[in-house]
Design a binder for this molecule. Structure first.
Ligand SMILES: Cc1cc2nc3c(=O)[nH]c(=O)nc-3n(C[C@H](O)[C@H](O)[C@H](O)COP(=O)(O)OP(=O)(O)OC[C@H]3O[C@@H](n4cnc5c(N)ncnc54)[C@H](O)[C@@H]3O)c2cc1C
Length: 164
């Protein structure tokens, strides 16, 4: 990846700006100054990410894993049985042991000691994952995500219809 990637995947993608989606800045509610770096970043990504048959680096593993975790939470039952709640808690505990990024997994396990997974409803689980993700964002200097928008991002699509 080129030096321009330092401008940051999260800066660009938190607005839903993904490779191949050339949306006008007005629609993304970005100024041109914010939009141009993403445009440059995006062109770099298209080059590098044309390969889909290479081992994942930490960034790609992280991005794909968050996609899975947030989507899983988005489709978790509204009213899970106690058994399902307990299974989800177990899943998260086991996931934290096997996540193949050693220092990420260690920090996650430490965090789980005080941040018990909130599994009593879809809303609780989605918000809990959002907060866990924000904890990592803060740690690695990425912008925090507005957790009130988690359903728009991971389940319903943005209110402006840009995902349709
Ligand atoms: C459990 C876990 C722990 C990790 N720990 C580390 C670590 O210790 N050190 C490290 O360098 N990397 C870690 N990573 C990877 C890191 O979090 C990012 O995935 C990686 O840096 C790629 O970032 P990104 O900018 O592509 O966006 P990501 O952070 O991967 O986010 C993907 C998309 O999710 C959305 N999003 C962002 N924040 C939230 C949120 N709070 N809630 C809901 N949606 C959100 C945005 O639309 C964003 O584009 C971890 C990943 C996981 C899954």
């Amino acid at each position: 990846m080129t030096g321009i990637s330092l401008l940051g995947p999260s800066f660009c993608t938190q607005y839903g700006y993904f490779p191949g989606k050339h949306m006008p800045p007005q629609k993304l509610q970005l100024t041109m100054v914010e939009y141009l770096p993403c445009l440059i970043y995006n062109s770099g990504l298209q080059e590098d990410e044309s390969r889909t048959d290479c081992p994942l680096d930490r960034e790609l593993l992280g991005r794909n894993t968050w996609s899975f975790l947030h989507t899983m939470a988005a489709y978790y039952p509204e009213k899970p049985t106690l058994k399902v709640q307990s299974e989800m808690t177990q899943f998260i505990g086991l996931f934290s042991k096997f996540f193949p990024c050693d220092d990420c997994a260690k920090d996650l396990q430490k965090s789980l000691e005080t941040n018990v997974p909130q599994t009593k409803s879809r809303h609780h689980l989605s918000q809990w994952f959002c907060q866990m993700h924000n904890q990592v964002n803060r740690k690695i200097g990425k912008p925090e995500f507005d957790c009130s928008k988690v359903d728009e991002r991971w389940r319903d699509g943005w209110k402006d219809g840009s995902c349709e």
